[in-house]
Design a protein around this ligand. Structure first.
Ligand SMILES: Nc1ncnc2c1ncn2[C@@H]1O[C@H](COP(=O)(O)OP(=O)(O)OP(=O)(O)O)[C@@H](O)[C@H]1O
Ligand SMILES: [Mg+2]
Length: 468
């Protein structure tokens, strides 16, 4: 239940179901209660009328009573009423629950009627002269029915009980109503789901797109603009302010690159002069010790020159020309270029590189590999080898650089490709951003894996030339 889409859907369905439940409740309880009350009043007043027509003194259970004329008279008049008002049955009994007349003849004159459908309390009330009724039940025909107990009293004395069985027809009506409501419910549910889905999509789609673009921007692709600025809702506001922010970032980026370029430019000229002079000096110096000193200075100047070049590149990345190249040759060149640095730390390159043709820019790719190898050397403890593997895996050329240094801290993982991020005292933090920029211009991808504490692997996937 993470996404807005599901939350919206859930919320709308919740409202829908609650409304529906309320409606169902009103229909089934309120209307039903009203109908039930009306119907009950109707049957009770009918019962009272019947009770008033019976001569209370004639109510008695006697042997052979059912053969008397009075019995016949009462039974036929009860039968008429029962048919006229569509009642299920009428039973007349005395105060001792002895059946006198049962229109359906289930009980005979003198049989005891068991009061199973009203409780003792209700029976007491009945004795006191108050009409009682059973709870709703389903009769044999499957209709809802209720039993009504009507006291027959004369001179405030209970003389007998009239039991009326009446099925409650309005439940059929409620059933139909409920069935129709169910169909309407299904229809509305479908409409609700579809419309809430469309509604949530209209929110989530731009948000997903926005986050994708922002992700891209985060990776340094600043030439993206956010659509949806024409929308008049919150998404439109978000798009607008993001574009505004993007403009500012772009300005900052341009400023930073300009600053790097001018700084590098200012440094490069005197550096070239210093380099020339040192080279000249090296020729004139005879003393070995002094020669070493000049050599050391020259090496520092070379390092500075590299740094300046990095700055220049960051400021104005040079064009990349993709041509078919043998990748293993480029890797070998990079290894040769860094082997001296590795030797200083007694680090051995263990390489297993298969040959393959890819489309790339040799010079730029060599710089990528040199940067990665330099980082690996800088991270590796003395004497710990670096493993370089290149092979075709799943139709791609997979190249990995593995070292056994301290690894990259989790919180730094997102920053290492950002310009100027470095954890080194003498680092500029321009190596990996350059690597990434070049790799992306090759339509390739670079990944970092921090498998265990002491293993860092940089992996690059290249498309194979002619492979597709
Ligand atoms: N193989 C590695 N092992 C551990 N950390 C690494 C590795 N490679 C890169 N890093 C981390 O990533 C950071 C950024 O690397 P990047 O190459 O961009 O800059 P740098 O090496 O610090 O400086 P520069 O390359 O500009 O001299 C490093 O400072 C280091 O913290
Ligand atoms: Mg580096």
């Amino acid at each position: 239940m993470k996404s807005i889409k599901f939350k919206t859907l859930f919320l709308i369905l919740l409202i829908f179901f609650s409304l529906f439940f309320i409606q169902w409740f009103v229909i089934n309880f309120f209307i039903r209660a009203t109908l039930e009350r009306q119907s009950n009043d109707h049957v009770i007043s009918l019962g009272k009328y019947i009770a008033s027509t019976i001569n209370a003194n004639e109510i008695q259970t006697l042997p052979e009573y059912d053969k008397t004329k009075t019995y016949g008279n009462i039974k036929s008049s009860l039968m008429n009423i029962s048919q006229l008002f569509n009642l299920d049955n009428i039973i007349l009994m005395d105060i001792n629950k002895r059946v006198i007349i049962d229109l359906k003849d289930h009980f005979k004159n003198g049989d005891e009627y068991l009061f199973i459908d009203i409780n003792d309390n209700q029976f007491r009330h009945l004795r006191q002269g108050r009409e009682q009724m059973s709870t709703l039940y389903k009769n044999i025909k499957g209709d809802y029915a209720e039993n009504f107990y009507i006291p027959i009293r004369r001179n405030s004395k209970l003389k007998g009980v009239l039991l009326i069985f009446a099925s409650v027809k309005y439940f059929g009506f409620l059933k139909i109503l409920n069935r129709n409501i169910f169909y309407i419910f299904i229809l509305f549910m479908v409409i609700t789901i579809v419309s809430s889905y469309i509604f949530s999509i209209s929110i989530t789609k731009p948000v997903i797109k926005l986050s994708k673009i922002l992700n891209d921007i985060g990776k340094g692709n600043l030439n993206k603009a956010i659509p949806y600025t024409k929308r008049r809702d919150e998404i439109g506001i978000l798009a607008e302010s993001t574009n505004e922010m993007l403009k500012k970032i772009k300005l900052k980026d341009i400023f930073m690159r300009k600053l790097s370029a001018s700084l590098a430019h200012e440094i490069r000229n005197p550096l070239t002069a210093i380099k020339g002079n040192l080279m000249l000096l090296k020729r004139f110096v005879q003393n070995e010790e002094e020669k070493d000193m000049v050599e050391d200075n020259l090496n520092e100047v070379f390092a500075l020159e590299n740094l300046v070049n990095d700055f220049m590149n960051f400021a104005k990345p040079s064009e990349i020309h993709l041509l078919p190249i043998e990748i293993e040759k480029i890797i070998t060149k990079a290894l040769n270029e860094t082997v001296l640095l590795a030797n200083q730390k007694k680090i051995e390159f263990k390489s297993n590189i298969k040959s393959a043709m890819i489309k790339g820019d040799g010079n730029h790719l060599k710089r990528v590999f040199v940067n990665l190898l330099k980082n690996a050397i800088e991270a590796s403890p003395i004497g710990e080898p670096i493993i370089i593997k290149g092979d075709i895996v799943n139709g791609k050329y997979e190249l990995t650089f593995e070292d056994h240094g301290p690894g990259i801290a989790k919180e730094d993982m997102n920053s290492i490709f950002e310009p100027f991020f470095t954890t080194k005292a003498m680092g500029t933090g321009l190596g990996l951003p350059l690597v990434k920029e070049i790799i992306e211009k090759h339509n390739s991808r670079i990944f970092v894996e921090n498998n265990s504490k002491n293993t860092t692997i940089f992996k690059i996937l290249f498309d194979i030339y002619g492979g597709e």
